[in-house]
Design a protein around this ligand. Structure first.
Ligand SMILES: Nc1nc2c(ncn2[C@@H]2O[C@H](COP(=O)(O)OP(=O)(O)O)[C@@H](O)[C@H]2O)c(=O)[nH]1
Ligand SMILES: [Mg+2]
Length: 295
């Protein structure tokens, strides 16, 4: 299952990892080596604060005499990067998924990909197109729904998203679906507006499905680098996030954003999206990822 992901990762991270692996082959490590590593991490979009934390840990280890060789650097960097990606709350699916994120970050595509994945796992899936802000938005999800053979509740342009979600919850209950996946609008707005809209959506779901746990997933476009972090913060402060879907990893040669997201938001990366076709989507496992990356 991870075959294609591994290939994609190898391609994305090749430039970065080949430079890092060059450091692993050194027989001795000094502060200059750590400075080189710092530059590599920064150039890969890892972000200042995350890079600083990684380098500080390694510097301390070096100063106390525990980091002297490339082999040790390999071991210790691997451990630190896994720790960065393993947030306090590991990601877990529930039955109700709410996809949030800014326009163009990949919500609709990922709603479809997630639906296809759940269907392949033998679940009965219902999609809800609640992005009623843009005319073509629910039509786009409908095309996907038909293609993958999953029913959809489609909102009309201008309709209150909460009422579309209400209809979705009703159908979900009445017909005993296993999984409900809700695609939402992603216009960038003020924190207050965003908070109110998401609160309203959560209220509807909470009222209709009082026992259900809701998994809120934020799609982040990895091509936007550090900018995407600011947007992610806005969402995170507006509604509790359970996981991140990192999208368009196929379109970046950097990819260090994956560490910045986990470190700075403390939200686990749940899934990654690496293309426009339905099968370019997979759950994310920090240990497998780092093992492959720095093997
Ligand atoms: N290359 C690539 N394109 C993607 C990926 N995910 C989404 N897209 C494309 O990005 C554009 C915006 O995606 P969409 O799902 O409509 O974003 P939304 O506005 O958040 O719903 C579309 O053209 C998608 O085909 C991805 O992982 N890789
Ligand atoms: Mg959309």
């Amino acid at each position: 299952m991870f075959g294609f992901i591994k290939k994609t990762f190898n391609k994305i991270y090749e430039q970065v990892t080949s430079k890092i692996k060059g450091l692993f082959s050194r027989s001795s490590i000094d502060t200059e080596t750590l400075h080189e590593l710092e530059k590599i991490l920064l150039s890969a979009d890892t972000g200042y604060s995350t890079t600083r934390m990684i380098i500080d840990k390694l510097s301390k280890s070096h100063q106390s005499g525990h980091l002297n060789s490339g082999v040790q650097l390999h071991e210790q960097l691997k451990k630190i990067l896994i720790e960065v990606l393993q947030t306090n709350h590991p990601y877990k699916d529930s039955s109700i998924f709410l996809l949030v994120g800014i326009n163009g970050s990949g919500k609709t595509t990922c709603a479809a990909k997630l639906a296809a994945r759940c269907k392949n796992l033998g679940k009965r899936v219902l999609l809800v197109g609640a992005d009623t802000f843009r005319a073509a938005a629910t039509a786009q999800l409908k095309v996907w729904a038909d293609r993958i053979g999953v029913p959809i509740i489609e909102g009309q342009t201008g309709q209150d998203p909460a009422s579309v979600i209400f209809a979705g919850c009703q159908k979900y209950k009445a017909e005993n679906f296993d999984v409900l996946i809700i695609d939402t609008a992603g216009r960038l707005q003020t924190k207050i507006n965003l908070m109110h809209e998401l609160e309203k959506i959560r209220k509807v779901i909470g009222k209709q499905l009082p026992d259900a746990q809701v998994t809120t997933l934020l799609t982040i476009d990895s091509m936007l680098g550090q900018n995407s972090l600011d947007q992610a913060r806005l969402f995170h402060e507006s509604t509790p996030l359970d996981g991140i879907i990192l999208t368009k990893l196929d379109s970046t040669a950097k990819g260090g954003i994956i560490f910045a997201v986990s470190h700075e938001l403390h939200v686990p990366v749940a899934y990654i999206s690496t293309g426009e076709s339905i099968d370019t989507f997979a759950p994310f496992d920090p240990v497998i990822f780092i093992d492959d990356l720095l093997a």
